[in-house]
Design a protein around this ligand. Structure first.
Ligand code: NAD
Ligand code: UFG
Length: 342
């Protein structure tokens, strides 16, 4: 199949591109580089022996996007592009609604116009709001606590309505839990701009000495050790979930959780990271972060049964791979910096 991957140079998109190519699909990546670097393109070309197309295009630009879809002979779309910072969505909600809704509308309009039968969308466990885990796809969605989460719930609704009105449009909504880790080459991984908001990139930057110590948000949650519990999933397992979803796309709308089904606490992650990488992570406890809940983990029975997908990597793999990427990427950036000053 020929798959158009929106946001394919981002963290999850870049890993998914590699798995799509490995599975024998051809791809066109569309990205405007607002939250990714052009070096990721070079790195994908180093890792993969298969060729692919890249278009630097803003998905908000419908006319430009249409020329790409028109010439592409596209069999399916995987839509990752969007803005994803929860905190930023609170301070700049209009930009989050503008980008996340309009990118989804533009791609969906083109899927309908060009009769593209497969559409996979990056949703999030955040649509379950503060519901009690394990979270099941069929449960009623609760309001989320931030505009980012609202955009995910709204995009799900837009795609549901579009598929109902256009029965040829098959849609899969993938609700991700907490993706961490990196490709085993250490070449691509999560590389946020500025100080990381998420746990794993913060840990790797503390380990590297870029940040002084990790601040753990709360140690008084009703969990085993008082720290928050999340369903951390290796980004390569998550990537494989997309390939299973697009290959097995049916008509109508399917919804799947992509997680491991198992919760791990913040302290357990730190201890595992220290053990497998043989180093220490200085940390301190501070007050709870606004909007956080004690436990979030998935029920993954449906995705296992219907897509035959399950995770293959454990927390140790996630910690090892995240650290390998941090090291290699820091070295890469230092070399690039010294090249510039030559
Ligand atoms: P990312 O920011 O690394 O990747 C998104 C990519 O989309 C970037 O390369 C960015 O440059 C591109 N992009 C953004 N707006 C664009 C536009 N208008 N036109 C073209 N390209 C554009 O994010 P990610 O972590 O890879 O997440 C991918 C998707 O998964 C997002 O929709 C995100 O909301 C969702 N998601 C992520 C997580 C997570 O923890 N990372 C969890 C749940 C859901
Ligand atoms: N945490 C810390 N210190 C930090 C960062 C995080 O203690 O510096 C804790 C949080 O309090 C939480 C856990 O680590 O208990 C995980 O936090 P993350 O910020 O890494 O992830 P979240 O669970 O808050 O949210 C992530 C994505 C959302 C997505 C959600 C899906 O950021 O976009 O997973 O479950 F919606």
């Amino acid at each position: 199949m020929h798959i158009l991957v929106s946001g394919g140079l981002g963290y999850i998109g870049s890993h998914t591109c590699l798995v799509l190519l490995e599975a024998g699909h051809t791809i066109s990546i569309v990205d405007n580089l607002i939250n990714s670097k052009i070096e990721t393109l070079e790195k994908l070309r180093i890792i993969s022996t298969s060729d692919f197309q890249f278009y630097q295009c803003d998905i908000l630009d419908y006319e430009h996007l249409e020329t790409i879809v028109h010439e592409g002979n596209v069999d399916g779309i995987i839509h990752f592009a969007g803005l994803k910072s929860v905190g930023e969505s609170v301070s700049n909600p209009l930009e989050y609604y503008r980008v996340n809704l309009n990118t989804t509308i533009n791609l969906t309009r083109l899927a309908v116009k060009y009769k593209i039968p497969r559409f996979v969308f990056s949703s999030s466990a955040t649509v379950y709001g503060s519901a009690k885990s394990p979270l099941v796809e069929s449960q009623k969605l609760l309001p989320t606590t931030n505009p980012y989460g609202e955009t995910k719930a709204m995009c799900e609704k837009i795609l549901n309505d579009a598929s109902q009105a256009n029965p040829n449009l098959g849609v899969t909504l993938l609700r991700y839990f907490n993706p961490i880790g990196a490709h085993e080459s250490g070449l691509i991984g999560e590389n946020p701009n500025g100080t990381p908001n998420n746990l794993m990139p913060y840990i790797t930057q503390v380990a590297k000495g870029k940040l002084e110590k990790l601040k753990i948000f709360g140690n008084d949650y009703p969990t085993n050790d008082g720290t928050g519990v999340r369903d951390f999933i290796h980004v390569m397992d998550l990537a494989k979930g997309h390939v299973a979803a697009i290959e097995k796309q049916k008509s109508g709308v399917q919804v799947y959780n992509l997680g491991t089904g198992k919760g791990t606490s913040v302290l357990e992650i730190i201890k595992t990271f220290e053990r497998v990488n043989n180093l220490e992570i200085p940390y301190e406890f501070i007050e709870r972060r606004n909007g956080d809940i004690a436990e979030v983990y998935a029920n993954v029975l449906k995705v296992g049964k219907e897509l035959g997908w399950k995770t293959e990597r454990n927390i140790e793999d996630m910690c090892r791979d995240a650290w390998r990427f941090e090291n290699q990427n820091s070295q890469y950036e230092e070399e690039k910096f010294s090249e510039l000053w030559k």
